[in-house]
Design a protein around this ligand. Structure first.
Ligand code: ATP
Ligand code: MG
Length: 654
């Protein structure tokens, strides 16, 4: 499994390049697949193909999207299309048509063949077969989930050993065509790849693009790539031909209509007309930002077919869903590729482009720094100062009841124990209640007398798990025992009549793949007074895959109709336990609605106890915008749930 490049390493590499053009080309080299990765994907596709052929004779498993479109990035998802055309012919022949018409290479169907039971024309039935085969018959595949409601129904999966995520779609021949079109564009001009790679990365950092599974407001990478291609069609002289011109250039064997749409274009870039544009990458990037910063996108249609923006009237009757950005698919002309993009996101694109265009006019963009300072792309990728407080977002944690506070103030070991409960509670709410993955990074204990007797060592150690969980293999919510939480926390008895609190004792299976947490690091030997003043701190690296803060009320009502607000009083310990349990179920139900490959949010959380107890969140820069929404939800939710947790372990009255 290949590690993703850290932002620091990327910065280092880019700073060494000679100019912006070289930086852009270097970025491609750093992100693109190695030969091994390409081979691995090929092997996986072959494996899928062999297994599926057993059940669906004559079928083909065909990769599309970033695995083959020329914009591959380490670990990107594996988009697959299951082509059942030949299987349909085979099914028809098995039902009575003479054997001679059976498709080539397909074994005759046994009487109990799956084919005799399903109707290949009914998508939900086929999707269920694909889900079952993936789940039960493809070695190493797990986390399989059908998403029948997607615009193009898919079955999502992960592959354990490679850490890859992917999906299999049906009826997606258009996906293959647009992939070939992108491939052609990359072959037509060598500037296409560096520009697209840089803009994809920049847009991700700015919170503009990503993989909005189930239709978030971000630009998909496909949409962003089409914007770049459109931009290159509009240069003078053009760098890429319009799709209408490509249709004229297509040879007879390349003429094809898919789902009623003309998908004719040359499959070989050698057949394109030479272009005479000699602009540098550095200039093109700056101009992309300038144009999309200035251009009012609403009120027009971006047409790659014609290589210009069209008035809305020009597409009246095409069935195109108009939006703040209307980007017409080059082949499926009734589809707006940016239909999911909200007004706010469109506005954000303009603001970010304007800001980037301004930076591109500075010398820091255009010239390598002689003093070793960040320059060129490096500063472009840095998040704008002031968008997020550099210290992250702070949340006050509930204080212990007054009587307990007096005791805590007097007795350091009580403070230690209480803080242990608070930290275990925070981890419990994030992991179990909200289904985040949550890996402890550091633990700085409160200094107290017992620890002064421990052998000397660093008081703050980096854990074995210091990397944020970047791969889906480290996915969700494996609840673990808190590191130095007192035993009774882990063994906390459930309130009578309630099931044991989910996850408190469940051991972590190997499959769940999260390495064991760091052990408590011993405090350094130091004078007692200094040790007493030392603040306790625990930090976690977290990732969240689902919008668990959206639609909770509806799910809660479905699960327990008589239940009012999660923040309503929970008078007894039993009520507190029931409330926690319900909130766990609500998150699990939301998580079940959609499985996603990449984490939606990655952030660190750091609990501290000094004068007050606080929790500080620092989101990954590319998740800063979305994190604000999660944070607003946490603001009231987390302290309430934490109170309930503490009440359940007998540390506070709810
Ligand atoms: P990555 O997987 O790294 O995000 P990618 O190049 O695979 O990048 P995706 O956005 O995943 O890009 O698109 C893969 C394929 O999915 C496209 O070739 C296209 O067929 C389809 N697709 C993606 N987004 C859209 C969209 N908004 N409208 C229509 N089809 C889309
Ligand atoms: Mg993809």
């Amino acid at each position: 499994r290949r590690e993703l490049l850290s932002p620091e390493k990327l910065e280092q590499e880019l700073c060494q390049a000679e100019d912006v053009d070289a930086q852009m080309r270097r970025l491609v080299q750093l992100f693109e697949f190695s030969e091994d990765e390409r081979r691995l994907r090929h092997l996986l596709v072959t494996l899928f193909q062999e297994v599926f052929q057993e059940f669906l004779p004559g079928c083909s498993v065909l990769p599309f999207g970033s695995s083959i479109n020329g914009f591959d990035v380490h670990g990107c998802d594996l988009d697959l299309f299951l082509d059942l055309e030949k299987t349909k012919t085979f099914q028809a022949s098995a039902k009575g048509v003479p054997e001679a018409q059976c498709c080539e290479g397909a074994e005759p169907a046994a009487e109990d063949s799956i084919l005799s039971d399903i109707d290949l024309g009914v998508a939900p039935e086929v999707l269920e077969v694909v889900r079952t085969v993936l789940q039960s018959c493809v070695p190493g595949v797990h986390r399989v989930q059908a998403v029948p409601s997607a615009r193009r129904p898919v079955v999502k999966f992960s592959h354990k050993d490679s850490g890859l995520c992917g999906d299999i779609s049906l009826n997606n021949r258009l996906g293959l065509c647009n992939t070939q079109f992108l491939q052609l564009c990359t072959e037509a001009d060598e500037r296409v790849r560096p520009l697209v790679y840089v803009l994809r990365y920049w847009a991700k950092q700015q919170g503009l693009a990503g993989n909005p599974h189930g239709g978030g407001p971000l630009f998909t990478n496909y949409a962003l790539t089409l914007l770049v291609i459109f931009f290159l069609q509009t240069r003078s002289p053009p760098i890429l031909p319009t799709v209408a011109r490509l249709q004229q250039l297509a040879g007879d064997e390349e003429r094809m209509v898919v789902d009623g749409w003309d998908c004719s274009f040359p499959r070989d870039a050698a057949r394109l007309e030479p272009n005479t544009n000699t602009e540098s990458l550095c200039v093109l990037l700056a101009d992309f930002f300038r144009e999309f910063g200035e251009q009012e996108l609403s009120g027009h249609v971006i047409s790659l077919c014609e290589g210009r923006v069209l008035p809305l009237e020009a597409v009246a009757g095409a069935g195109l869903r108009l939006g703040p950005v209307t980007l017409q698919d080059p082949f499926e002309r009734s589809h707006n590729v940016a239909a999911n993009v909200t007004e706010r996101m469109a506005q954000r694109l303009r603001v970010c482009c304007t800001r980037a265009a301004k930076y591109c006019r500075s010398l820091q963009y255009q010239r390598k720094s002689a003093k070793g300072r960040p320059w060129g792309l490096v500063r472009l990728f840095q998040p704008e100062a002031g968008e997020l407080d550099s210290d992250g977002l702070l949340l006050a944690l509930p204080l212990a009841p007054a009587a307990r506070r007096r005791e805590l103030g007097l007795d350091p070991s009580s403070r230690q124990s209480w803080f242990g409960h608070v930290c275990a509670g925070v981890a419990f709410v994030l992991r179990d209640v909200l289904k985040c993955s949550c890996t402890e990074l550091q633990r700085q204990p409160l200094g107290h007398a017992e620890q002064l007797l421990e052998p000397p060592g660093a008081s703050l150690q980096q854990g074995e798990t210091g990397e944020p969980p970047t791969s889906p293999a480290q996915q969700p919510a494996a609840p673990r025992e808190p590191v130095d939480a007192p035993r009774e926390l882990v063994d906390a008895p459930s309130a009578p009549g309630t099931p044991p609190a989910a996850g408190l004792k469940r051991p972590l299976s190997e499959e769940e793949g999260i390495p064991s947490p760091v052990s408590v690091s011993p405090a350094r030997k130091r004078p007692r007074a200094e040790a007493l003043e030392e603040a306790g701190a625990v930090s976690w690296s977290c990732a969240l895959w689902h919008r668990v803060w959206v639609g909770r009320r509806r799910v809660r009502r479905q699960l327990r109709p008589q239940h009012s607000s999660p923040l309503a009083e929970a008078g007894t310990e039993q009520e507190a336990a029931r409330s926690l349990e319900l909130e766990e179920k609500v998150s699990a139900a939301i998580a079940r609605q959609e499985a996603s490959g990449e984490p939606l949010l990655q952030f660190t959380a750091c609990a501290r106890l000094d004068a007050q107890a606080s929790l500080r969140f620092t989101p990954a820069p590319q998740h800063a915008t979305l994190f604000q929404d999660f944070y607003h939800f946490l603001h009231s939710f987390l302290p309430t749930m934490l109170q309930r947790y503490l009440s359940r372990v007998g540390e506070a009255s709810p």
